[in-house]
Design a protein around this ligand. Sequence first.
Ligand code: ADP
Length: 454
Amino acid sequence: MPANLSFDALKAAVAAGEIDTVVTCIVDMQGRLMGKRFHAQHFLDSAHEETHCCNYLLATDMEMVTVPGYKATGWEAGYGDYVMKPDLATLRRIPWAAGTALVMCDVLDHHSHKPVPHAPRSILKAQVDRARAMGFDVMMATELEFFLFEESFAGLFDSGYRQMTPMARHNVDYSIWGTSRDEPVMRDIRCKLWDAGIPIECSKGEADAGQEEVNARYSDALDTADMHALIKLGCKQIADQHGASVTFMAKYHHSKAGSSSHVHQSLWKDGKPAFRDDADAHGMSDLMKHYMAGQLAHAAEITYFLAPYVNSYKRFVVGMFAPTKAVWSLDNRTAGFRVCGEGTKAVRVECRIGGADLNPYLACAALLAAGLDGIDKKMALEPAISGDIYQAGNVREIPRTLGAAAAALHGSAMLRAAFGDDVVEHYHHAAQWELSEQNRVVTDWELARSFDRA
Ligand code: ADP
């Protein structure tokens, strides 16, 4: 789906004094929008061609630390520039920011103007192109869960995240009454994202106090990833305007539910769903079965892109709706891969492994790469598993730690072939840095556990 503002319409809106600011964004390794705010006239005059950013933006951690050891850049290379090339098909009005439009940019090499291979948007585009060369359009949707708090972002930062009050006080899963106090923020989120050209389907209360989910209609994978990044920005900025805050951490507290980002996927050919076969008992085509077989075979290798931080792995607990086993099942929420829309034209696979902290470009690209490998190799789909899969013995587990997922990523011939060795090494380095930081830092847990008891 195209965004809601053409370049000509932007020109007219600027001339009419409706828009004065254009935000140009790239996507960083954490899936965040990073860039510049342009005066709209300067964007129209020149910056729409290209602008620039420091190449450290694809080599920092969550806290913008200049991580040593990347091949792509570093102090020794002087941290030069990347080209930010606006993708004008993504121009949107941003209704929650006065007089503002936003455009996504591709990251290009400063000298060659070729796509930077480890840029998340480049990685996803390459896999989508690969699917297209095989004759398929890739449709995806990324559900997004988060927690909504009464306190502001600044207030929580200043208090060291000590006084956190979930907007709703108890489990509000599907509860219309229970989410009433969330509704001023949630209504604004739904309506303003809609007016930004993001087809929001719904929001709903989720399985813990203050937890919400927002869903946008499925679209081609790149558009879905762009929407996902923008939905996160919108939720944060709109919550902030209400003096509230949200978190997309996979697990903000060990006693609370985790937040997921389930990825729904289907391939289409000539405008028709290629995963559908009415002759099959479950309405699933052979193509869908090969695709799912590829994702199951490579589940451990792609887990890093679905769960990229130490914290991500704290979500995988038994009995809290997050999966622990990389198996498939029909409409069963205890499986890592769940077939939805069985026997309909919307038959699709939902990967439930990802947390709300995933980078949607990398997650969609890794899932696609694994699925396409299954199609290339005509992999056979193992039998479905049913019942309470948390209790199933002798089945494929989701890696339990970031270290295990990073090792599987590093050893993945499939991902090395799909993304290239340098890209795999780049993200493996990011994982190693995360692990070394976790090993270095003394946590609140250690202090509380041992201070007067050790
Ligand atoms: P659930 O049962 O998980 O709540 P929903 O009906 O809410 O499922 O759909 C979840 C997501 O799946 C939505 O974002 C929807 O747009 C998306 N979706 C529906 N059909 C398809 C499809 N054929 N391919 C990919 N995603 C789809």
